[in-house]
Design a protein around this ligand. Structure first.
Ligand code: UD1
Length: 374
C-alpha cells in the first residue's frame, strides 16, 4: 500500500484514477481547487469518500507542501483545459499549468523528507504541443508541416499542403518522436510542464512519466464547460435539442480515448520501471472525424438532429492529429479496451440524469469578441 497524492483529483480524469487507486488498497489524498468553470465551487457527488480531500490550489505553495507530506507517488492532473480560452486567459493558464508544476517540483526538490519518499511523479501532458499531427505526401513521403496560415484558413482551405511540392497531404499516425510545434497557449503550457518534469526528474533521479493524452472522453466530463471536450459539448447541444456546431467542415480528425483506458495507462506507469523517464502517447490509435462524432451523438441519443457546419474556425486549432501508440503498447503492455461507440453510450447513459447546460452560444460570442473564432 502506498500513500498517493492526486492533484486535480476531483476532476474528470483525476477522480477515476483516485477510484482505481483506492480499489487497489492505496491511501489517496486529493488536492483540488474545485475550479468554478468546472465544479461551480462544489465538491462533486462522485468524489470518493475514502480519499482525503484538501481544497487547495497548486499555485498555493503552502497547500501543496502540506498535501505532499508522507507521499510516495504523485499523479499530477491539476490543470486548466481549453485551447480557445487559453488564448486570452494567458496568465490563468500559465499559472495553473506551468507555475503549478514548477511549485510541485520546487517543493519536492528542496524538501529532504518529501524528496526521499517520492517514488514517482506521473504527469498529464497532452498531444497539443505536437501542433499538427504527422502527415505524408504521395511524392515526398513523411513531412512535418507548419501550422496553417491565417490567410488560408480565412479562405476556407482547411487541409494542409506539402511544404516541398505543395500536394495535398494525408494525415498519418503521430509518434512521440514527431517534432513539437505548439500552436496555442494551452499547448505551450503543456509542453513546458512536460519538459520541466522530465528535466527535474532526470537531474534529481526522481522517476517521472509524462503522458501525452489525446482527446479524452467519458462520464464525469464537464457537460457545461463550453470551452473543451467536443464529445461532451455535442451531447449537451443534442440533449437541449440544439444542433452540434461544427467548426471548419467537420472532417478534421482526432483520436478519442476513454477515461478508463487513461486509468489503465496510469496504473501501468506506476507499476512498471520501464515507464521511468519516458513520454508516451495515450490514445486509441484510431482516427475519427468531428462530423462523425456529431452524427453518432445524435443517433445514440435517438434524436433527428443534423449538425450545423459553420465553416468558422477557432484560432489555435489544428487540422488532424491521431496517435501512433506503438511505444506504450510495446513498453508497458497498454491496450485500449473501450470501443468509441460503446464509450459514447456510457457517456450518454451517465448524462441522462445530469444537468447539461448548453453554454455554446455564450462561448461562441465570447470567443468571437476575443477574436478567437472567425
Ligand atoms: C485540445 C488539445 C488536447 C487537449 C484538449 C483539452 C490540441 C490539438 N488538442 O483538443 O490536447 O487535451 O484540447 O482541452 O490542442 N469543435 C467543434 N465544435 C465545438 C467544439 C469543438 O467543431 O463545439 C472542434 C474543434 O474545432 C476541434 C475538435 O472539435 O477541431 C476538437 O475540439 P476540442 O474538444 O476542444 O479538443 P481539441 O482542440 O482537439
Amino acid at each position: 500500500m502506498a500513500n498517493i497524492l492526486v492533484t486535480g483529483g476531483a476532476g474528470f480524469i483525476g477522480s477515476f484514477i483516485v477510484d482505481e487507486l483506492i480499489s487497489r488498497g492505496h491511501k489517496v489524498r486529493i488536492l483540488d481547487s474545485l475550479v468554478e468553470q468546472v465544479h461551480k465551487g462544489k465538491v462533486p457527488v462522485y468524489l470518493n469518500k475514502e480519499a482525503e480531500f484538501i481544497r487547495g490550489d497548486v499555485c498555493d505553495k503552502e497547500a501543496l507542501a502540506a498535501a505532499l507530506k508522507d507521499i510516495d507517488f504523485v499523479f499530477h492532473k491539476a490543470a486548466e483545459v481549453g485551447v480557445g480560452q487559453s488564448m486570452y486567459e494567458v496568465s490563468r493558464y500559465v499559472n495553473a499549468n506551468a507555475m503549478g508544476t514548477a511549485n510541485l517540483l520546487d517543493i519536492i526538490i528542496n524538501n529532504g523528507e518529501i524528496k526521499k519518499r517520492i517514488k514517482k511523479i506521473i504527469v498529464a501532458s497532452s498531444m497539443s504541443p505536437y501542433g499538427e499531427g504527422m502527415y505524408s505526401c504521395e511524392k515526398c513521403g513523411i513531412v512535418n508541416p507548419s501550422p496553417r496560415s491565417e490567410e488560408r484558413i480565412k479562405m476556407g482551405i482547411w487541409e494542409l499542403n506539402c511544404p516541398k511540392c505543395n500536394s495535398i497531404l494525408n494525415p498519418v499516425p503521430t509518434p512521440e518522436t514527431k517534432t513539437q510545434d505548439a500552436s496555442s497557449v494551452y499547448a505551450l503550457t503543456k509542453k513546458f510542464q512536460e519538459d520541466l518534469v522530465m528535466n527535474a526528474g532526470k537531474a534529481y533521479n526522481i522517476p517521472v512519466v509524462a503522458f501525452r493524452y489525446f482527446n479524452v472522453y467519458g462520464p464525469r466530463q464537464s457537460l457545461s464547460n463550453p470551452y473543451t471536450g467536443v464529445a461532451a459539448i455535442f451531447m449537451s447541444r443534442v440533449k437541449n435539442n440544439h444542433p452540434p456546431m461544427i467548426f471548419e467542415d467537420g472532417n478534421q480528425l482526432r483520436d478519442f480515448v476513454s477515461v478508463h483506458d487513461i486509468v489503465q495507462a496510469n496504473m501501468l506507469a506506476m507499476e512498471k520501471d520501464e515507464a521511468n523517464y519516458q513520454v508516451y502517447n495515450v490514445a486509441s490509435g484510431k482516427a475519427i472525424s468531428v462530423r462523425a462524432i456529431a452524427e453518432m451523438v445524435a443517433r445514440l441519443c435517438g434524436k433527428d438532429i443534423k449538425p450545423m457546419i459553420t465553416g468558422q474556425s477557432r484560432k489555435g486549432d489544428i487540422r488532424h492529429c491521431f496517435a501512433d501508440i506503438t511505444k506504450i503498447q510495446k513498453s508497458l503492455g497498454f491496450e485500449p479496451k473501450v470501443d468509441f461507440e460503446e464509450g459514447m453510450k456510457e457517456l450518454i447513459k451517465w448524462a441522462e440524469d445530469k444537468e447539461a447546460k448548453d453554454l455554446v452560444d455564450y462561448m461562441s460570442k465570447e470567443l468571437k469578441d476575443k477574436g478567437i473564432i472567425s
